[in-house]
Design a protein around this ligand. Structure first.
Ligand code: FE2
Length: 342
């Protein structure tokens, strides 16, 4: 069996491969690592059969949907997952087979209602149900400390003690542990009494994960995150550097229009020399009147360089094929000491 572990911050994802058949399964992929997964698959000659999310993640953006679509691989989640996009929904005891790999789903609610662990030969991928020296939290949507107690003590910890544990989070760089080691030394598992365990979990008082609402929204619906929207836009429009633009503005033949998309107040407080003003909110409504010539060279700008990127893509979609976005925004332009008109 081949196992590759990927880390993004504290998040862990795994590619498990069958050596004989080159079949593979990807567990808990993270959006920022898509190119790394693809690189790994290309390098090893492994072919994905399934992409599994062990639960609805609230703390990071799942890459399942996007990778599944790009590679034509089914996305697998718990039957109880609220996400509308899984191609395959597992019940407790269902098994996935990829080459000689056999992964059995163990329904372990508690961290979330749709949490599952994947048992394979000598190991178990525990998602956030069991971590090294910890457990998943139970205070986020659909979390339930009573259910977690049952999932741990009546199910997961009943696996043979030597079973290797591969969690979906690890913050101290440890590779894996075993069920026996966790039973012996995991502080949370020392509270075996249900009431005491529940009281401990309820008293944790943890800070909310950084991207909680957006991660839940995108992971539950399969929609795009703002960062994803921007990354996609960046791939659809070229940029112009501040140096290039300032050189062109200083030249004799001015062959381009700088289009400032900020609100009126911001524009009046200082804009690039000769810039034209068209707030983003009115772009589609006024573009026909403002730019009758679709061959005009336009460089879009805004305060931070994000709205201008989205607007450049919109303009290109509308047929203005010589549009670029300023790399950086008016803020960066100002900080670079480049000239502004008031
Ligand atoms: Fe989680």
């Amino acid at each position: 069996m081949l196992l590759e572990t990927f880390a993004a911050g504290g998040c862990r994802s795994y590619v498990v491969g069958c050596e004989a058949t080159r079949s593979a399964v990807l567990i808990d992929p993270e959006l920022s690592l898509i190119d790394r997964y693809r690189g790994h698959l290309a390098q090893t000659g492994l072919v994905l059969h399934y992409i599994v999310d062990t639960h609805t993640h609230a703390d990071h953006f799942s890459a399942s949907r996007e990778l599944g679509k790009a590679l034509g691989v089914p996305v697998v989640m718990n039957r109880l997952s609220p996400a509308p996009y899984p191609d395959l929904r597992l019940d407790d005891g269902d098994m996935l087979i990829a080459g000689q790999l056999k992964l059995r789903a163990l329904h372990t609610p508690g961290h979330t209602r749709d949490s599952l662990c994947l048992v394979m030969d000598d190991r178990v991928f525990t998602g956030d149900t069991l971590l090294i020296g910890g457990t998943g939290r139970t205070d986020l949507p659909t979390g339930d400390p009573h259910a977690l107690h049952e999932s741990l003590f009546d199910r997961l910890l009943k696996l043979p003690g030597e079973t290797l544990v591969f969690p979906a989070h690890e913050y101290k760089g440890r590779d894996h542990t075993t069920i026996a080691e966790e039973i012996a030394s995991n502080p949370r598992l020392q509270k075996t009494d249900r009431a005491e365990f529940v009281a401990m979990m309820q008293a944790l008082d943890l800070a909310a994960p950084t991207h909680l609402t957006e991660a839940l929204r995108t992971n539950m619906t399969g929609a795009k995150s703002v960062a994803q929207l921007l990354a996609e836009a960046s791939a659809k429009a070229p940029f112009m550097s501040m140096q290039e633009l300032s050189g062109r503005l200083g030249g004799n033949s001015r062959d381009l229009v700088v289009l400032d998309l900020r609100e009126k107040d911001a524009f009046e407080q200082g804009h690039l020399p000769g810039a034209r003003h068209l707030p983003r909110g009115q772009l589609e409504l006024r573009v026909n009147a403002e730019f009758p010539d679709p061959t005009v060279r336009i460089v879009t700008c805004c305060e931070f360089g994000k709205i201008s990127t989205l607007a450049a893509v919109t303009l290109r979609e509308l047929g203005f094929l010589r549009v670029a976005a300023l790399d950086g925004g008016v803020k960066a332009w100002r900080e670079a000491g480049l000239p502004l008109d008031g």
